[in-house]
Design a protein around this ligand. Structure first.
Ligand code: ATP
Ligand code: MG
Length: 392
């Protein structure tokens, strides 16, 4: 029965002179999200409000779900709109609307009229009062409550007339594309997809890099990462996923460095390669799924060691999260089920029994010199293997 949606947005409404940039980005992201839905829509901005109007029949649930993936939206109000054919007709429309949206009429309500077309023959107060009366006549079991109504029935008088009363929550955040671009280090685990989601939610476009170590990590492990990127891309739009063959670097480190420092040194090379690609592709930062103390390579000391090899800022949005909180976020955004599929990950294969938890960066640097002979060449070769997969 609904034919349109009013899109509510919060933060982007307060950006002063740049406000239109944010609104335009939001409209663009909405159009992009709706392309995947059945049905035709027009998304447009009028007088500081964004409307999505269906032009054909459409699947309500599918459309709402698509809109719930657009950062910047805080609320989605399903609406009906009608031509202005006089107040009596509007009354019939409203009564019919209530009968269909609220099978149970034992509810309190308030009519809230907004009249942006000032030539309308009644002012807002009159509309509130007269429409309230019409509703009470049709449904005597309903009650008016002006302070805390269960149903806030909004009637917006514009060129057409819009009626809505429900708000479905959106994801919040800022429209993707308003905040630059960052490179996500995406593994097959639970954490990194959530980290990417969180930074994208602030309006940042995401590219990703995955370090693959065949034959130690399988093709299926890679497919799992592609699938995770696809799930994140539902929110972020297309992701350029760089798959880097990391095997030779890993074997070389294994060969030349103390095994208890393996993970840290490996992580330092991941960061270096990720940063190299990030700079080449105009990313303004790196993103990881690290959280203090989660594993040996994520203690504060270890983080100094992985951080010092990068110039770009490294965003670690999960830094203060407990595992359980990350799991809940992963479930909410829809990546959890894929993340827990049991495929080997390149870090777990080469891990030492007792990895250092307090690496000394001086010593790490010294041991990295064991790699001097071949590492530059391996670094170059790894970058040449970069396979870019556009995931959407
Ligand atoms: P996740 O659940 O994200 O895999 P984790 O708990 O397994 O995290 P680590 O393996 O220590 O943690 O990795 C820390 C971070 O390093 C990850 O969140 C991710 O950003 C990055 N990372 C680890 N392995 C890879 C990989 N193979 N490819 C790309 N990034 C990786
Ligand atoms: Mg991992």
């Amino acid at each position: 029965m609904f034919t349109a949606f009013l899109i509510k947005y919060a933060e982007i409404g307060i950006k002063g002179k740049n406000r239109y940039l944010f609104e335009d980005a939001l409209v663009r992201q909405i159009r992009h999200a709706l392309k995947k839905c059945s049905g035709e829509f027009i998304a447009h901005k009028t007088q500081g409000r964004i409307f999505v109007e269906a032009q054909t029949v459409f699947d309500f649930d599918e459309t709402v779900e698509a809109l719930q993936h657009v950062f910047g939206i805080v609320g989605i109000c399903p609406m009906i709109y009608v031509e202005d054919e006089g107040f009596e007709n509007l009354g019939n429309t409203v009564v019919d609307y209530i009968s269909r949206v609220y099978p149970d009429k034992n509810k309190t309500f308030k009519v809230y009229a907004r009249r942006s077309r000032k030539s309308y023959p009644k002012d807002s107060q009159e509309i509130n009062r007269d429409m309230g009366e019409i509703i009470l006549n049709a449904y005597p079991e309903m009650k008016v409550d002006v302070h805390n109504p269960e149903i806030l029935l909004t009637i917006e008088i514009r060129e057409k007339i819009y009626i809505y009363s429900e708000i479905i929550p959106g994801p919040g955040g800022m429209p993707v594309g308003t905040g630059g671009k960052a490179m996500l280090l995406l593994s097959g685990g639970i954490d990194s997809p959530v980290a990417g989601y969180m930074i994208a939610k602030r309006g940042v476009k995401i590219d990703a890099v995955y370090f693959h170590a065949p034959p130690y990590t399988s093709e299926r492990a890679k497919q799992k990462v592609i699938e995770l990127a696809r799930q994140v891309s539902k929110y972020t739009g297309p992701i350029y996923l760089h798959v880097i063959n990391f095997t030779d670097i890993q074997l070389y480190i294994y060969d030349k460095c103390p095994h208890d420092e393996l993970t840290i040194i490996m992580r330092r090379y991941m960061m270096r390669i990720a940063e190299y690609i990030a700079k080449k592709t105009e990313c303004l930062g790196l993103i990881t799924g690290e959280s203090i103390g989660q594993v040996a390579s994520q203690t504060m000391n270890s983080l100094i060691a992985t951080n010092e090899v990068c110039e770009l800022p490294v965003y670690r949005p999960l830094i203060g999260f407990d595992k359980q909180e990350i799991v809940e976020a992963a479930e909410r955004i829809g990546t959890y089920e894929t993340s827990i599929q049991p495929f080997e990950d390149c870090c777990t294969i080469f891990v030492a029994k007792h990895p250092v938890t307090k690496p000394n960066t001086g010593i790490i640097r010294k041991h990295e010199h064991n790699l001097d002979e071949k590492i530059d060449e391996l670094f170059r070769t790894a970058i040449e293997t970069d396979e870019v997969i556009i995931v959407e």
